[in-house]
Design a protein around this ligand. Structure first.
Ligand code: 5GP
Length: 190
């Protein structure tokens, strides 16, 4: 029996640890394909074009918007982020499962256009916990941390629009839960 791939959309407040959970999951499940997003934000140290993101100029990003090349895109903290459509569509067509790690606005756009996706919300244990994570990773300025925290309360309430919630208070457990969701969804009779 050939089946189409399943689209797994991982989302949640920024700084909640989505990226780390997804990386660990992919190491355990190499048959899940991660979509690489495009962004106009500059690379952070250690980030590579084509591995972490496609780092694009604003003009190139807007060109892709005009050509309908994104499955979704959103402006997050003054930079564009978007999911190139071709990669996702090709893999789903081939029967490969695809993972998107995107912000809440993007996830809601995908849900509108692709309701058969599986929507998974990563919840921080508390706002205090999220603040210490953002401070600890040392990648963001104090202003950017304050901006992120002020939208965090609204973001934390958005889990009601998702199929699953994972509280990230223990990384290993969060990865185990994500793996369990993927395995269960593969067994679903649709
Ligand atoms: P960062 O700049 O820390 O890598 O990401 C900032 C936020 O943008 C995170 O919440 C991340 O999940 C989100 N993000 C990354 N890629 C995409 C994308 O393709 N689309 C959308 N809508 N958000 C994204």
């Amino acid at each position: 029996m050939t089946r189409k791939g399943i689209l797994f959309v991982i989302s949640g407040p920024s700084g909640v640890g989505k990226g780390t959970i997804c990386k660990r999951l992919l190491a355990k499940m190499p048959d899940v394909y991660l979509s690489i997003s495009a962004t106009t934000r500059p690379p952070r140290s250690g980030e590579l074009h084509g591995r972490d993101y496609y780092f694009l100029s604003r003009a190139d990003f807007e060109h892709m918007i005009n050509n309908n090349e994104f499955l979704e895109y959103a402006k997050v903290y003054n930079n564009y982020y978007g999911t190139p459509a071709a990669f996702v569509q090709d893999h789903l067509e081939k029967g490969n499962d695809v993972l998107l790690e995107i912000d809440i606005q993007g996830a809601m756009q995908i849900k509108k256009n692709f309701p058969e996706g599986v929507f998974i919300f990563i919840q921080p244990p508390s706002v205090d916990d999220l603040e210490s994570r953002l401070n600890l990773r040392g990648k963001d300025s104090p202003e950017s941390i304050q901006k992120r925290l002020s939208t965090c309360k609204w973001e934390m309430d958005q889990y009601i629009h998702y199929d699953y919630v994972i509280v990230n208070d223990d990384l290993q457990e969060a990865v185990r839960l994500l793996e369990a969701i993927i395995l269960a969804e593969r067994c679903r009779v649709k």
